[in-house]
Design a protein around this ligand. Sequence first.
Ligand code: CA
Length: 153
Amino acid sequence: MRVRKASLTDRATRVRSRLTRFAVVSGMAAALAAGSVVAAAPASAHPTCPSGYHCQFFLLLGSSRNAEFNSDPNFSDDHFGNGAVVNNNSWAASNSTTSDYESHYYDGFNPYVGGPGFLFCINPHNGANVPVSLRDRASSLLLRHTTSVHCLA
Ligand SMILES: [Ca+2]
């Protein structure tokens, strides 16, 4: 009974967060259509990602955030500022490394160099909103020094 109640609560929370996302994205689309917002790819780490950290965002860059100082093999115990779990739930990422580490994101847990599940990477001092096909998939973070991998930003 307890488990069932918890799972219903989780489902309700998820539905609410989807609705919130829909409202936010719809609002942005309307603003874009009205020409009141200039869309531009950020050329630097997002200012809300603290120096030395690798950040994931619930919605677009600058929205509710989680910051990691090191590689993290499992996002299921990490939460955004709004309380939502980070695992399979992020739409954007930013890299404020102070040691030239690239942020490499993977679909599964316990990633390793050359292993399966690589989704995308973010170069030092950059940030990006993740393409729709890669949203809500990142489950872990692997920091790598300068690689030849083509990153989102
Ligand atoms: Ca995943």
